[in-house]
Design a binder for this molecule. Structure first.
Ligand SMILES: C[S@@+](CC[C@H](N)C(=O)[O-])C[C@H]1O[C@@H](n2cnc3c(N)ncnc32)[C@H](O)[C@@H]1O
Length: 269
C-alpha cells in the first residue's frame, strides 16, 4: 500500500470509529439490507455446516458473525474499528465460547494471517460482507484468504454492485406523459476510472466515509491473481415485504444493488 492509501486507510478507520454507534444502532435494529438481502444470500452461498470454523472479515457490529454462531459454526470475527469490535462483543451473549473477536486491518496480509495462529489453512469458510469497497487495497486480503482457507474452503463476499450502485450513478424514475407506470433506470457517469470518494451509507452517520469503486475486471482479477478462483456469482433483486413507495427504492429497479461472489483457493496458485 502506498503512503497516500495508508493515510486514507488510517482516516477511514477514524471515521468508522466515529460512526460505529450510529451503524450499530441501525444494523442492530435489523430489517435493513443486512438481514433482508445479504444474510440470506450469503448463507446460501456459504452453506455452513455445524462444527465448521469461519472467518468473518470486516465484521462491523458482528451481526452476521452471530448468525454464523446460530448455524453452529465457530467464528473468528475481525474489523479494524476498535469501537465496532467493542460493540460486537457487547452484543454477543450466546455461544460466546465459539467466537473470538479481533481488531485487524484487512489491508494488512500479516495481520490477517496471524488470525490463524500457528495453524495455516485453518478455516472451512471465510466471509466479507459489504466492506471491500471500503478498503484502499484488496490484494492483501485475497492473498491472505487463499492461504487461510482449507483446500476445499470457500470465501463469499458481498459488495455494492460496481455496475449499478455507487457514487457515480443517479437513480432516475421517469413518468412519460400519459404513461400509467414509471420506468426506473440508473444513469452511470463513470465506471472505468476510480479514486477514493466520500459518501454516506446510512443517514444517521456523523461523518462521511471513504469508498473505493473498482470496475468488475479490477475487483475480480485482484482475486484471480492472488490465489483464488470463482465458482458462483449472484445478482439478486432487492425484494422487501413492506417496500416504501419511494421512487428511489431499489425494489422498483430491475437491477441488482449488490453483487455476491464465491471464491475458492486455486489448485494451481
Ligand atoms: C459497510 S460495513 C459492513 C460491516 C459488516 N460486514 C456488515 O455487513 O454489517 C464495512 C465494515 O468494514 C470495516 N472496514 C473498513 N475498512 C477496513 C479495513 N481496512 N480493515 C478491516 N475492516 C475494515 C468497517 O469498520 C466496517 O465495519
Amino acid at each position: 500500500m502506498d503512503e497516500q492509501d495508508a493515510k486514507l486507510n488510517t482516516e477511514s478507520r477514524e471515521i468508522w470509529d466515529t460512526n460505529a454507534e450510529a451503524w450499530d444502532k441501525k444494523i442492530g435494529a435489523g430489517g435493513g439490507w443486512q438481514t433482508t438481502l445479504i444474510a440470506p444470500m450469503v448463507e446460501r452461498m456459504l452453506n455452513i455446516q455445524a462444527g465448521e470454523t469461519v472467518l468473518d472479515i470486516a465484521c462491523g457490529n458482528g451481526q452476521f458473525s452471530r448468525r454464523l454462531l446460530e448455524l453452529g459454526a465457530s467464528v473468528v470475527a475481525s474489523d479494524f474499528s476498535t469501537k465496532l469490535i467493542e460493540l460486537a462483543k457487547g452484543r454477543t451473549t450466546e455461544h460466546i465460547e465459539r467466537i473470538r473477536y479481533h481488531v485487524v486491518d484487512a489491508t494488512d496480509e500479516a495481520q490477517l494471517l496471524a488470525l490463524a495462529g500457528a495453524d495455516q489453512q485453518r478455516f472451512d469458510a471465510a466471509v466479507c460482507n459489504n466492506a471491500l469497497m471500503d478498503m484502499p487495497v484488496i490484494e492483501p486480503l485475497f492473498r491472505a484468504v487463499a492461504k487461510l482457507l482449507k483446500p476445499n474452503g470457500r470465501f463469499v463476499f458481498s459488495i455494492m454492485h460496481p455496475c449499478f450502485n455507487g457514487l457515480a450513478i443517479s437513480m432516475s424514475p421517469e413518468l412519460p406523459d400519459y404513461a400509467q407506470t414509471p420506468t426506473y433506470s440508473v444513469k452511470i457517469s463513470r465506471y472505468l476510472s476510480w479514486e477514493a470518494t466520500k459518501g454516506t451509507a446510512i443517514r444517521e452517520q456523523p461523518r462521511e466515509q471513504y469508498y473505493w469503486h473498482r470496475p468488475l475486471h479490477v475487483l475480480l482479477n485482484a482475486a484471480f491473481e492472488n490465489g483464488l478462483v470463482m465458482d458462483r456469482l449472484e445478482e439478486p433483486k432487492l425484494v422487501e415485504v413492506d417496500a416504501a413507495k419511494n421512487a428511489f427504492n431499489w425494489t422498483n429497479y430491475d437491477m441488482p444493488p449488490l453483487l455476491f461472489v464465491r471464491l475458492r483457493p486455486s489448485k494451481n496458485p
